[in-house]
Design a protein around this ligand. Sequence first.
Ligand SMILES: *Cc1c(COP(=O)(O)O)cnc(C)c1O
Length: 352
Amino acid sequence: MNIRTTQRTSLKQKPDGPLGFGKYFTDHMVTMEFVGGKWEPPQIVPYEPLSLEPSTAIFHYGQGIFEGLKAYKNTDGELRLFRTMDNLSRLNDSAERLCIPKVDTKIVYDALVALLKLEADWIPTEEGTSLYIRPSIIALDNALGVRASQNYLFFIILSPVGAYYEKGFSPIKLFVEEYYSRAAKGGTGDKKVIGNYASSLKAASIASINGYAQVMWLDANEHKYIEEVGAMNICFVMEGNKLVTPALTGSILPGITRKSVLELAKANGMVIEERLISIDELVLAAKSGKCTEIFGTGTAAVISPVGAFCYKGEEISVGGGKLGEITQKIYRELTGIQTGKLEDRFGWSIKI
Ligand SMILES: *Cc1c(COP(=O)(O)O)cnc(C)c1O
């Protein structure tokens, strides 16, 4: 497929300091509009401000969704994507939930690949770095009535990102939230819907004031069962060889990193349990030494080791607060597959 491309006349200066996360954006983006009942062909255009009227639907009722994925480049200049079609079909699941018309995932994939090839110079190659890819869809009608929009903008922007762990791969501490909820069954917590993140900020700021890096979310109904951590899924290593993670009960985002970790751990001979896990069970398991490692999983950090959590004012450490062996092994294997350094037995990593 030939994507209509309008290139910038002069390219931006590339950043030369630390990249951080989501601070710099490349020269071009993909845009695609839904008008007159259909998606127009995608285009590649210069990355630049959008011009939208203040009445635009997205600003008022948040009919918008997004995805997050990464591309990798090695020192030979090879570009790789990881399970990208899974992200695009999840985008369509999110679209369905918010009454947004679905996209043709093949067309979007081709447009993404064309954009990545055009922007290849922006993809960093140092250990731990990558190009973060942010596809989004926003409602475009200029109207204040609460209803599904008839016009939408799909876009993909790219951001070179640095190693997530600039100070080393060290465990974080979690604050178990007992009052606020991230998502309820029947709501939108199992989709990447923009409003989910605005409503999580309050709990995150309380956790931060108390000295904790992320929130551990419990279920909205009883505040009893563990669901997620920040914007990551969560895994527990129990009894040496068991990987336990909350079952996808309808208010948990079905992470692609989560799914990959489970498949990888299973292939490594671990026992996988997807089930309800209560905060009381975790407290006992951490104190008795039955639970030896906790880690979060998500595209941005890939794996985030957890050394302690605070529940009802008590800080409980896990595995002596140190980075666990299984956490480290899974991180090395998964990032090895993503970057093409390790053999991929699963067919997840695609050279483009
Ligand atoms: C995106 C996201 C995740 C992780 O999903 P990945 O596909 O692994 O990146 C987990 N929880 C929430 C709330 C998310 O938004």
